[in-house]
Design a protein around this ligand. Structure first.
Ligand SMILES: Nc1ncnc2c1ncn2[C@@H]1O[C@H](COP(=O)(O)OP(=O)(O)OP(=O)(O)O)[C@@H](O)[C@H]1O
Ligand SMILES: [Mg+2]
Length: 255
């Protein structure tokens, strides 16, 4: 019941910022194998904003957005999402919060191989209590928006190309209209035109009052969609700029 009240307050209040990270740290492994993936990340994502996160391979981008999305626990520091703190939630509360508020496009898509395309996309709605039939209907609507026909909606993920799987993963992240959409390289397998269409869809459905998007990317073709670009290096945010032209390193040249 307390949990429900919390969820309710999340769905009605207005928040100054969507995401607030301060001094965030995370290490993997022990002893000599220990890797400090995040070394004190300070970052804010405003409501209504699309923030892109760029930086070289291994600098900690996936680690950071996994903590923001509540799929990975931090070691230290602060990470507040719509005024809630995963560290103050039980596992069940975290699952509920994520199911309602977060859409995550994983770098490796993470589609469920035994479910059809439409069933994969319907999953977040079913988790949120919608009847499977209604959930699949909504899933079909959003799949049509990312260019899927009826036959493809019944395909299994293994029968789809990388670009098609990526579009399914994006549809699944959007279908329950989450407050925060977090995408790890959402256009990496897409041609330029499809990439733009997907970004337009992400912007249309993901941006708005009390909503925000964080998009990890190496794809300079989509930089124009960003309100701000945060650059990471070696586990820290090194600069935040409002256009790719202001990036002082080679990021803007990376395709
Ligand atoms: N589960 C894990 N176990 C051990 N080390 C990990 C794990 N996840 C990430 N790391 C390490 O943490 C560092 C940051 O990894 P991360 O995946 O966040 O980088 P990234 O910026 O997303 O890279 P890429 O652009 O290649 O996807 C790397 O050195 C990586 O090897
Ligand atoms: Mg990554």
């Amino acid at each position: 019941m307390i949990m429900d009240r919390n969820m309710e307050s999340t769905s009605t209040s207005t928040f100054p910022v969507a995401v607030s990270c301060e001094g965030l740290t995370k290490a993997f492994g022990k002893g000599e194998a220990r890797v400090k993936a995040l070394r004190g990340v300070d970052m804010k994502v405003k409501n209504g904003e699309l923030l892109m996160l760029v930086g070289p391979s291994g600098c900690g981008k996936t680690t950071l957005i996994s903590i923001i999305a509540g799929v990975l626990r931090r070691d230290a520091g602060e990470c507040i999402i719509f005024e809630r703190d995963y560290d103050c939630m039980s596992e069940d509360e975290t699952t509920l919060f994520r199911g309602k508020n977060i859409g995550f496009v994983f770098q490796a898509f993470n589609l469920i191989p035994s479910l059809t395309t439409a069933e994969n996309v319907a999953t977040p709605l079913i988790i949120n209590g919608l009847k499977p039939r209604d959930a699949v209907r909504k899933a079909r609507d959003i799949l049509a928006e990312v260019g899927f026909d009826h036959r493809m909606m019944e395909s299994l993920p293994t029968d789809l190309s990388g670009g098609q799987q990526q579009r399914v993963a994006i549809a699944r992240a959007l279908v329950h209209q989450p407050r925060l959409i977090v995408c790890d390289e959402p256009t990496s397998a897409l041609d330029a035109e499809t990439g733009r269409k997907v970004m337009e869809l992400l912007q249309r459905l993901g941006r708005g009052e009390n909503r925000a998007l964080v998009v990890v990317t190496h794809d300079s073709r989509i930089f124009d969609f960003a309100d701000r670009i945060a650059e990471m290096n070696d586990g820290r945010i090194t600069q935040v700029v409002s256009s790719a032209r202001e990036l002082t390193t080679a990021q803007s040249k990376i395709e």
